[in-house]
Each structure stands twice: as C-alpha cells, then as structure tokens.
Design a protein around this ligand. Structure first.
Ligand code: HEC
Length: 97
C-alpha cells in the first residue's frame, strides 16, 4: 500500500474517534433520556423540561438528579458514577434549545 493512502486512512480513523467523542453526550442522551425528554422537553412532567431547567445551573445538582432520581424520574447511577459520561451528558444538556 502506498504511503499517502496509509496516512489518509490513519487520519480518517483519528478524525472518526474525535467525532465519536464529541457525540458521546448526544448518544447517552438518546439512549437514556429521550424517551421522556424528547427534544429537551418532558413528556411525564411537561412543566419540568430540561431546556431552561434550574437543575442545569450547577453541575453538582445535575449529578445528584442522575444519581438519585427525582419523583418519577429514575436514577442513572451508571452515568452518575462515570465522570466522563456525566460531563459529556451535561455539556449536551446545557446546549439543548
Ligand atoms: C422515565 C422518564 C424519564 C427519564 C428516562 C429521564 N427523565 Fe429526567 N425527568 C423526568 C421527570 C418526571 C422529571 C421531573 C421530576 C420532578 O421534579 O418531579 C424529570 C426532570 C429532569 C430534570 C430537571 C427538570 C427540572 O427543572 O425540574 C433534568 C435536568 C432531567 N430530568 C434530566 C434527565 C436526563 C439527563 C436523563 C437521562 C439520563 C433523564 N432526565 C431521564 C423523567 C425522566
């Protein structure tokens, strides 16, 4: 295989990993949250959407909400106990509009 093709492939693999990383928050959200919070809204408690939620003003409050759950919202200890996932999910949530 010629060298520049090899470089091209390696570059693509690296760029793809970056994309995957950048999309982690979105992926976690789609897999765990969108059933109730589609488009950042709240199907079960419409007056408590994610968009504009005071819970998002503070990373620690957000972390607690996921760790213990609130009312009908279940806890997500698997996310809450994984700092990177939690951060990625938080960053995704605060950008929802
Ligand atoms: C089974 C449905 C359900 C799922 C799944 C769910 N939530 Fe919720 N969520 C709720 C309900 C219901 C509330 C309102 C809780 C309350 O205060 O009574 C809520 C509230 C919230 C709030 C606070 C809104 C406010 O201002 O009170 C945030 C932030 C939030 N959810 C984030 C998430 C994230 C992030 C996920 C995914 C990891 C998630 N939720 C998964 C049902 C769900």
């Amino acid at each position: 295989m010629n060298k520049s093709i090899l470089h091209f492939i390696i570059l693509n693999i690296l760029m793809n990993q970056n994309l995957v990383y950048a999309n982690t928050g979105e992926k976690i959200f789609k897999e765990n949250c969108s059933s109730c919070h589609i488009n950042g809204l709240n199907k079960l408690a419409p007056s408590k959407p994610i968009i504009g939620s005071p819970i998002l003003n503070n990373f620690n409050t957000f972390a607690e909400q996921l760790k213990y759950g609130v009312g009908v919202m279940p806890a997500f200890p698997n996310i809450a106990n994984n700092k990177e996932d939690l951060k990625a999910l938080y960053d995704y949530c605060i950008k929802l509009k």
